[in-house]
Write a protein that binds this ligand. Structure first.
Ligand SMILES: Nc1ncnc2c1ncn2[C@@H]1O[C@H](COP(=O)(O)OP(=O)(O)OP(=O)(O)O)[C@@H](O)[C@H]1O
Length: 255
């Protein structure tokens, strides 16, 4: 697997957080989806976004890429308001549903996105390699499996080398070898300065992240490195540690 990023040029905001969120509250379908969320994500890190189905992970990601109407609070990305025009080329988002052109090949899909970002054929080949699809590159996207399609979608986002990458469950349906390789690739991107926010509901993936955001019912329960979560809860297993956090929160609410 090859890293496709070069270090970013000097940036006057280099010291600033990649994502800064203050007092974020969102309602969806008339009910609260995020409740007074505050957080700061440093640049060049891999942050895992974890929590049960419906807890608000996708909503938080939509706020960061600027596609979600918010009720109150601020979301700042690379020093700019989320969703503002200067961020369009600097922030990549891969949704749970793959968004690729089904009637053309994998290579042509990735080439198309590469051309939008001024990237050449070498970047296309490296990115297809990074998602493990080199031997299928000439296949029409419409003939691929669900997991393969997700990887094409991921490649289309990676090839533009965005500074912030927001990935909604990118490893669902992938075999363990490929999952491990993708996490390695994410780490190498972070080492070269990319900031990654990656949602998952699989706790065993949390150890690949420097920091974890643990959400429940739209509330941020914790923002900690995996080892700090273990230390705080006295549980070595992260799934159990998360359960302890939830129990403690429930006890706190009942008091
Ligand atoms: N299009 C929508 N219209 C109305 N409410 C929605 C919509 N999408 C999500 N919601 C609600 O917003 C809340 C948060 O949903 P969200 O999709 O952010 O959760 P999630 O943690 O990403 O879930 P999952 O892991 O299942 O993808 C849920 O209560 C959900 O029912």
């Amino acid at each position: 697997m090859t890293g496709t990023s070069e270090p970013f040029a000097a940036d006057p905001l280099a010291g600033a957080a990649a994502v800064e969120i203050q007092g974020l509250t969102v309602r969806r379908g008339g009910a609260p989806a995020l409740r007074d969320v505050n957080l700061s994500i440093p640049r060049g890190t891999v942050t895992g976004l974890l929590g049960p189905s419906g807890c608000g992970k996708t909503t938080l990601m939509r706020c960061i890429v600027g596609t979600q109407i918010v009720e109150s609070g601020t979301v700042t990305v690379l020093g700019q308001p989320a969703g503002s025009a200067p961020l369009r080329r600097r922030v990549g988002y891969v949704t749970q549903d793959p968004s690729v052109y089904l009637d053309i090949s994998i290579r042509d899909n990735v080439r198309y996105f590469a051309s939008l970002y001024g990237r050449g054929n070498d970047a296309v080949a490296e990115t297809i390699e990074a998602v493990g699809l080199t031997t299928h590159a000439h296949h029409t996207a419409g003939a691929l499996s669900g997991g393969q399609l997700s990887r094409v979608s991921l490649a289309c986002a990676l090839v533009g080398q965005p500074e912030v990458l927001v990935l909604d469950e990118p490893t669902v349906g992938l075999d363990p070898v490929l999952r491990a390789e993708l996490w390695e690739h994410f780490a190498s991107l972070a080492a070269s300065g990319t900031t990654l926010l990656i949602s998952s509901h699989v706790m065993d993936e949390a150890d690949h992240c420097e920091n974890l955001l643990l959400l429940r019912d739209g509330r941020l329960l914790a923002h900690v490195p995996p080892d700090e979560l273990r230390r705080r809860t006295g549980k070595s297993n992260l799934e159990q540690a998360f359960l302890v956090l939830i129990r403690d929160q429930q006890v706190g609410v009942q008091r």
